[in-house]
Design a protein around this ligand. Structure first.
Ligand SMILES: Cc1cc2nc3c(=O)[nH]c(=O)nc-3n(C[C@H](O)[C@H](O)[C@H](O)COP(=O)(O)O)c2cc1C
Length: 358
């Protein structure tokens, strides 16, 4: 089934392998996509769908060095290079909107920006900076209700700019402990107003952002990524997590979103997402369902044939294998990814992995 075509709402995919979103830190000038990035994505255009690296809808969400944004005209023009190159090769591509929230360091961020999150505090752990190496995260200020309205507007604008830039849609990154999950997760969100305190309050920002994006570009072009039970960036499970996510996904289903994308990082050492929860989330969403995390050809085929997902996403295999789909089709050997070049600037370890053709 992996090589069968699929209708992702209005978008026709040539196969069911999705390229997972992969932050690669190559937007070296002013967080603006460039021709090197266009080359890299075009090399991977035989994926059924490409989900771009996390891309900030706001200057305040650029917590990592050299990640791209989507809030100004230069970035729209930069992304146009990417979408044109992918479409010219017959691929489909959505942009992942990622606001880093408290997973940020001031040295990585443009002047005049602020580290914001659901609550005040400092994300435990460290972040790489180009200026001073690994540093503790910068402290975050708790967002006011006015800040929340601003950020919802930023997501809506980014959704509109995404269509201007030629994307087939957007993916809201509500996983891996970034801003939207900072609101979803009871271990991070300590608010006592209407955006916290209860499951309904914690789900509220994600739903308001989703509705705002839907209003701009239509539900069939808005997907979302979720990681219940994830532990990245000081999240982790909390009392009632399963019920909260089920309620969230039911409401996202009512909106008719493009897809729900659920991530299980257990192959990277994280606790597994309970199989029952994955099945319940799939059942709760009346639409396309993507699973990701540690998949290979055999496990992806199995997930599809057993009906656990409509599409399967792969990350690290796509870093090292631009022609991953063809390699899987032929059962050819895969190149191994080199983690030392995951986040370094330049073409090395980025656009220079060989295809089967050389
Ligand atoms: C270098 C690297 C960068 C990543 N960047 C992102 C990102 O920007 N957004 C996201 O949702 N996940 C990101 N992830 C997680 C991947 O999308 C994926 O879920 C993870 O690698 C597990 O899937 P895999 O086993 O197929 O690689 C990243 C992972 C890696 C290795």
């Amino acid at each position: 089934m992996l090589f069968e075509a699929f209708s992702l709402r209005a978008t026709q995919l040539s196969n069911r392998t999705v390229m997972s979103p992969l932050t690669r830190h190559r937007a070296v000038d002013n967080n603006t996509p460039n021709s090197l990035m266009a080359t890299y994505y075009a090399q991977r255009a035989s994926a059924g769908l490409i989900i771009t690296e996390g891309t900030s809808p706001s200057p305040n969400g650029l917590g990592y060095a050299r990640i791209p944004g989507l809030f100004n005209d230069a970035q729209v023009q930069g992304w146009k290079l990417v979408t044109d190159a992918v479409h010219a090769k017959g691929g489909k591509i959505v942009v992942q909107l990622m606001h880093t929230g408290w997973v940020s360091h001031k040295d990585n961020m443009p002047a005049g920006t602020e580290v914001l999150s659901a609550s005040s505090g400092t994300c435990p752990g460290q972040m790489r900076t180009d200026t001073q190496g690994d540093q503790p995260h910068s402290p975050a200020r708790a967002m006011t209700e006015a800040d929340i309205q601003t950020v919802i507007g930023e997501y809506a604008t980014a959704a509109r700019l995404a269509i201007q830039a030629g994307f087939d849609g957007i993916e809201l990154h509500a996983a891996n402990g970034y801003l939207l999950e900072q609101f979803l997760n009871a271990n991070v969100n300590r608010r006592t107003d209407g955006y916290g305190g209860t499951a309904e309050g914690r789900n509220r920002l994600v739903l308001e952002v989703a509705r705002a994006a839907v209003k701009e570009i239509g539900a069939e072009r808005v997907g979302i990524r979720l990681s219940p039970h994830g532990v990245v960036n000081s999240t982790s499970a909390f009392d009632g997590v399963d019920e909260q996510y089920l309620s969230l996904v039911k409401q996202l289903s009512a909106l008719g979103l493009m897809y729900v994308h659920v991530l299980d990082h257990s192959t990277m050492g994280a606790p597994p997402v309970p199989a029952k929860l994955k099945a319940d989330l799939r059942a709760a969403f009346d639409g396309p369902f993507i699973l990701a995390g540690g998949l290979n050809k055999a496990s992806a085929e199995q997930a599809l044939s057993e009906g656990h997902a409509d599409l399967t996403a792969m990350g690290r295999p796509f870093i090292a294998n631009p022609d991953l789909v063809e390699r899987m089709r032929q059962d050819a050997a895969l190149n191994a990814p080199d983690p030392t070049t995951f986040y370094t600037p330049g073409a090395k370890g980025y656009s220079d992995y060989p295809t089967l053709a050389g």
